[in-house]
Design a protein around this ligand. Structure first.
Ligand code: COA
Length: 261
């Protein structure tokens, strides 16, 4: 579907698999990798045949082992702000992506790699996953949304512990504390992540999209605004052919077929 130097996308059965492949550096994020991720997601966003996305890292060792420390080592203060903002913007576009994005993590998800997984909507970890935010050991802090997003999933106490110690946790522990949605045997990682993506893709696409929008709006605003937003989206869905199809299928005791309109 799409092949660039470091990031590829392949679509099958309404699920796109996006793979970051810079294996010699454990898939570390240099500016080129980050801009390729952005370009590939823009392409998938426009493709009506894709209803959900699995994002992973190539090779057996890493999802993404962080921002490229070779690049970070040369930054000056203004450059540091720019590096952080540039990554944050791309990750924010993933978080706001209209189709669900599932991170499949089977190795190191450190620093920017952990933050990339946090920007995805769901995370499937294998037993070999290693999550961590080691930035304070390098004299910096997480700069791609880690301090803003981690507590949302695991609570402030656990987020503080992970960020201040810089320690790593495995897939089982990540699942225990809510950082990963599930932990699966390593050999089944991609199959299980695609299975989850396919289950979502079988639902009404506009409803899935608006459910995501409502969930994330609620994270960012007061309850009265969130409830009003939810009610409006709820009502809006009555205009879709898929709502009629979903409800008719239920009443007629058959499986719905959603066309995405
Ligand atoms: N940036 C740049 N290069 C990185 C990298 C990163 N974040 N993570 C790994 N690499 C490179 C290593 O420099 C090495 O390159 P080389 O072969 O040219 O020397 C290669 O990837 C393999 O890594 P290596 O450290 O040799 O593997 P390991 O098994 O000994 O250790 C890690 C694996 C993940 C524990 C270790 O690479 C590490 O700590 N990486 C940095 C993680 C980090 O701090 N990320 C946050 C950055 S803000």
């Amino acid at each position: 579907m799409s092949k660039r130097r470091y990031v590829t996308a392949v679509a099958a059965d309404q699920v796109a698999t996006v793979t970051i492949d810079r294996q010699k550096k454990l898939n570390a994020l240099n500016p080129e990798v980050i801009s390729e991720i952005d370009a590939v997601f823009a392409e998938i966003g426009d493709d009506p045949a894709v209803r959900s996305v699995v994002l992973t890292g190539a090779g057996e060792r890493a999802f993404v082992a962080g921002a490229d420390i070779g690049v970070l080592a040369k930054m000056d203060p203004i450059g540091g702000v720019e590096v952080s903002r540039a990554g944050q913007e791309v990750f924010r576009r993933i978080e706001r992506f209209p189709k669900p994005v599932i991170a499949a993590v089977g190795g190191y998800a450190l620093g920017g790699g952990c933050e990339l997984a946090l920007a995805c909507h769901l995370r499937v970890a294998s037993e070999k996953a290693r999550f961590g935010l080691p930035e304070v050991g390098l004299g910096i802090i997480p700069g791609y949304g880690g301090t803003a997003r981690l507590a949302r999933l695991v609570g402030l106490g656990r987020a503080t512990e992970l960020i201040l110690t810089g320690g790593m946790i495995d897939g089982a522990r990540a699942s225990e504390i809510g950082l990963a949605n599930m932990v699966v045997p390593h050999a089944e990682l991609m199959e299980r992540a695609r299975e989850l993506a396919a289950r979502i893709a079988a639902n009404a696409p506009i409803a899935v999209r608006l459910a995501l929008a409502s969930l994330y709006r609620a994270e960012e605003s007061a309850i009265e605004h969130s409830l009003a937003f939810e009610a409006n989206l709820f009502g809006l869905l009555a205009s879709t052919a898929d709502m009629k199809e979903g409800m008719s299928a239920f009443l007629e005791k058959r499986r719905p077929v959603f066309g995405g309109s």
